[in-house]
Ligand binder design. Structure first.
Ligand code: URA
Length: 435
C-alpha cells in the first residue's frame, strides 16, 4: 500500500476501506508516513468528507494506536463524561462528585485548557496539592474505593490522535465533523468506560457556533460510541454566554462548590442535573429521569455530594479542607467591579470574548507552554436577559496585575451588548441525541 495512492483516492472523492485507514494510522503513528503526506490527506478529507464507515474505521484505528485502558477490575457500569468545551464550563467539578455520591463509578480522563476555554485539570489544581498525574493502578483503585477518579490524558492513550490533532491544528483542518468526532471518540473509547455521556456545546463561546453543526457532531459521536458497543448519549447545550457566573480557575471551583451546597447559578445547576440524570441511568443507579433527578437533589441536600468532592480531592493529593473553607483556594490581590454606563437589557454577550478576558488576566494559556494564574478571572453579575440600570455592576474582575486588568476591562465592556427590550429566552439544553 502507498500513501500517495490513498491521498489520490481521497482527493478524487473515493472512500477509503478499513485496511487502508488502519495502514495510514499505524504507519503515521510509527513515523513512516511524513507530515506533508498526512497534511494532504487531511485536506482531502476536509474537502471531500468521510462516510460513516470511514469515520468509524478512523476512530477505531486511532483508539487502538496506544493503550486501551481495562477497567474490568472495577465492578459495575463505569461511566465517562465529555464536554466539547466552553467558557465557564466547570461541570465535571460538581458533576463527578454528585454522580459518584449516587453510586455511579466514574473513571474520567481530562485535559488542560488552551486558548479561551479552560480545562478541568487546571481548575482542579486550584486545590492545593491536587494532582491528576496518577498511575493507572492508582486510578483504578481510587474508582473502586471512592467511586471517582480523574486523570490527565497520558501520551499512551490514542497517540495517533495526539499526533494528528497537532498536525490538523497547524494545517487548518480541525473543523471537519468526521475528524472532530473520531478524535474525541478515539480517546473516549481508549479510556475504557462502558457508557459515555457527551455535552456538545453550541454558540459564540463554543467550537461549533451553529446549532445544526453541533447537532450533527453529537449524532456522529453517538453513532460511533454505539457502534463500538458503548451506551452513548449526547446533549447539545447553549454556549452563547458563559455557563454559570464564574470564569477563571479557582473562581470556577468556588462556584462548583456553591452548586454542591445547593446555592449554584440556575443554568449551571440545571446542566449538572441533566447530565447527572443521564449518567445515573447509564450507570444503572436510576430507572428513569424522575428517579435520577430525585437522587441527585438528595445528595446535594444531604451534603454527601460535597463530602464526596472532599474525599476525591484528598485521594488525589489535594487539601480537602478547601472544599469547606474556600478561603484556602488561590486568591487574587486586586478585585474591581465593572459598572454599566447605560440602562436597558443585556441583549447578547460575546461569549468567547469573556473567555479572552480571563486569558488576558492570566487565567488561560496562549500556548501549550504558558503557565497560568489560578486566582484570576471574572464573576458575572448580569447575564443575557437581565435588566440593567446605569451604575449597576456588570461583573467583578479578579487580577494580580494592573496592566492586565486594564486590558481585560476594555475587552469586557465591548463584549456586552444592550437592547431596549428583553431578548427571547434561549433554552440551555437544545437537544438530546441517543440511538
Ligand atoms: N477536541 C478534540 O479532542 N479533537 C478535536 O478534533 C477537536 C476538539
Amino acid at each position: 500500500m502507498r500513501m500517495y495512492d490513498l491521498i489520490m483516492k481521497k482527493r478524487n472523492g473515493g472512500a477509503l476501506d478499513r485496511e487502508e485507514i488502519e495502514y495510514m494510522v499505524t504507519e503515521y503513528t510509527a513515523g513512516n508516513i511524513p507530515d506533508y503526506q498526512m497534511s494532504a490527506m487531511m485536506m482531502a478529507v476536509y474537502f471531500t468528507g468521510m462516510n460513516e464507515e470511514e469515520t468509524a474505521a478512523l476512530t477505531m484505528a486511532m483508539a487502538h494506536s496506544g493503550d486501551m485502558i481495562d477497567l474490568s477490575a472495577i465492578p459495575g457500569v463505569k461511566v465517562d463524561k465529555h464536554s466539547t468545551g466552553g467558557v465557564g464550563d466547570k461541570t465535571s467539578i460538581a458533576l463527578v462528585p454528585m454522580v459518584a455520591a449516587c453510586g455511579v463509578k466514574i473513571a474520567k480522563m481530562s485535559g488542560r485548557g488552551l486558548g479561551h476555554t479552560g480545562g478541568t485539570i487546571d481548575k482542579l489544581e486550584s486545590f492545593p496539592g491536587f494532582t491528576t498525574e496518577i498511575s493507572s493502578g492508582h486510578f483504578i483503585r481510587q474508582v473502586k474505593d471512592i467511586g471517582a477518579a480523574i486523570m490527565g490524558q497520558t501520551a499512551d492513550i490514542a497517540p495517533a490522535d495526539k499526533k494528528l490533532y497537532a498536525l490538523r491544528d497547524v494545517t487548518a483542518t480541525v473543523d471537519n465533523m468526521s475528524l472532530i468526532a473520531s478524535s474525541i471518540m478515539s480517546k473516549k473509547l481508549a479510556s475504557g468506560a462502558d457508557a459515555i455521556v457527551l455535552d456538545v456545546k453550541t454558540g459564540s463561546g463554543a467550537f461549533m457556533k451553529k446549532e445544526q453543526d453541533a447537532y450533527a457532531l453529537a449524532q456522529e459521536m453517538v453513532t460511533l460510541g454505539t457502534v463500538a458497543g458503548k451506551q452513548t448519549i449526547a446533549i447539545v447545550s447553549n454556549m452563547d454566554q458563559p455557563l454559570g457566573n464564574a470564569v477563571g480557575n479557582a473562581l470556577e471551583v468556588e462556584e462548583a462548590i456553591e452548586t454542591l451546597r445547593g446555592k449554584g447559578p440556575d443554568d449551571f445547576t440545571k446542566l449538572c442535573l441533566t447530565l447527572g440524570t443521564y449518567m445515573l441511568i447509564a450507570g444503572k443507579m436510576a430507572a428513569d429521569e424522575k428517579e435520577a433527578g430525585q437522587k441527585l437533589k438528595q445528595v446535594i441536600e444531604s451534603g454527601s455530594a460535597l463530602n464526596k468532592l472532599a474525599e476525591f480531592v484528598r485521594a488525589q493529593g489535594g487539601n480537602p479542607q478547601a472544599v469547606y473553607d474556600t478561603s484556602l483556594l488561590p486568591k487574587a490581590s486586586i478585585v474591581e467591579e465593572v459598572v454599566s454606563g447605560q440602562s436597558g437589557y443585556i441583549g447578547r454577550i460575546d461569549c468567547d470574548e469573556i473567555g479572552v478576558c480571563s486569558l488576558l488576566l492570566g487565567g488561560g494559556r496562549e500556548t501549550k507552554e504558558s503557565s497560568i494564574d489560578l486566582s484570576v478571572g471574572l464573576v458575572l453579575r448580569k447575564k443575557v436577559g437581565d435588566p440593567v440600570s446605569e451604575g449597576d455592576t456588570l461583573a467583578v474582575l479578579y487580577a494580580n496585575d494592573r496592566d492586565r486588568l486594564r486590558a481585560a476591562k476594555e475587552r469586557f465592556i465591548k463584549a456586552y451588548h444592550f437592547s431596549d427590550t428583553a431578548p427571547a429566552d434561549v433554552p440551555l439544553i437544545r437537544r438530546v441525541v441517543r440511538k
